[in-house]
Design a protein around this ligand. Structure first.
Ligand SMILES: [Zn+2]
Length: 259
């Protein structure tokens, strides 16, 4: 069985000397492919370098909505250069976060719009963070799609079944992270049951959001299996089928490849 961790933050700044061991453990667990996600210019560039030396890894470059108020003046240009260089498989992590409120809403919208335009210009998928902002995210994606094709991933999805259906209708993929394994997440597991298998992704969001039974510890891509198993049980599917489908979906999305 092979798994694809569709969203992890793996740059050397976060894992230091342990990164090699983290990747070895992931591969030993069957997690052979990963999309490494940038949140600023520096970690996006580091992710691109990592993907050039490690097999099975591709990356996304972007500025996280919680960071847009803090960036250096050249960071957006660095992201654009990296994306245009062809070294990345996706644009993001971008989006809107009304929960943390770390940056003014207008600034978050402006940067989300910039990422959307960049993804559309290059024909790349868009990796979207949404927290207490799904209505606005869906509205901005809807108006962007009126102007041209765009495929987005709503990562670490925690919305309702209605919001999931609307996102699927827009052509989005939905990524499920460790939250879906939490004991209190019964309603999110019900939502996950409603998502068509061909739009489902699994992710760790490492080093955050460790799934049960590892909650509270630093997360790593090898742990995505716990989330996949929980989703398979919730959906009444075999783990083999869920692993094969989510891996194929991520390959289609990020590598434009059929497995
Ligand atoms: Zn993330």
């Amino acid at each position: 069985m092979e798994f694809y961790d569709s969203h992890c933050h793996l740059d050397p700044m976060r894992y230091g000397d342990e990164l090699g061991d983290v990747l070895t453990r992931a591969r030993a667990a069957g997690v052979t492919r990963m999309t490494v996600i940038g949140t600023r210019a520096a970690d996006s560039e580091a992710a691109a370098r990592l993907c050039e030396t490690e097999s099975g890894l591709v990356c996304a470059a972007g500025i996280h909505p919680n960071d847009v108020a803090e960036i250096d003046p050249d960071e957006w240009d660095r992201i654009t250069r990296l994306v245009v260089s062809g070294r990345v498989a996706a644009v993001g992590e971008t989006g809107l976060d009304w929960f943390r409120d770390a940056a003014a809403p207008d600034l978050q919208r402006e940067f989300f719009e910039r990422h959307i335009r960049l993804a559309q210009k290059l024909g790349l998928p868009l990796v979207v963070h949404t927290r207490e902002s799904i209505r606005d995210v869906l509205d901005m994606l809807t108006s962007a799609i009126r102007h041209g094709p765009l495929t987005a991933v709503l990562h670490a999805f925690t919305g309702t079944a209605e919001e999931a259906a609307e996102a699927v209708e827009l052509g989005c993929f939905l990524g499920f992270a460790g939250m879906v394994t939490f004991r209190s997440a019964e309603s999110l597991r019900h939502v996950a049951q409603t998502v068509p298998l061909e739009r489902l992704l699994v992710e760790t969001d490492s080093p955050f959001l460790s799934p049960e039974p590892l909650r509270g510890r630093r997360n790593e891509p090898g742990h995505v299996i716990h989330t996949a198993r929980c989703l398979a049980i919730a959906r009444g599917e075999s783990l083999e089928r869920l692993a094969a489908a989510t891996t194929a979906n991520a390959c289609r999305l990020f590598l434009r490849q059929d497995t």
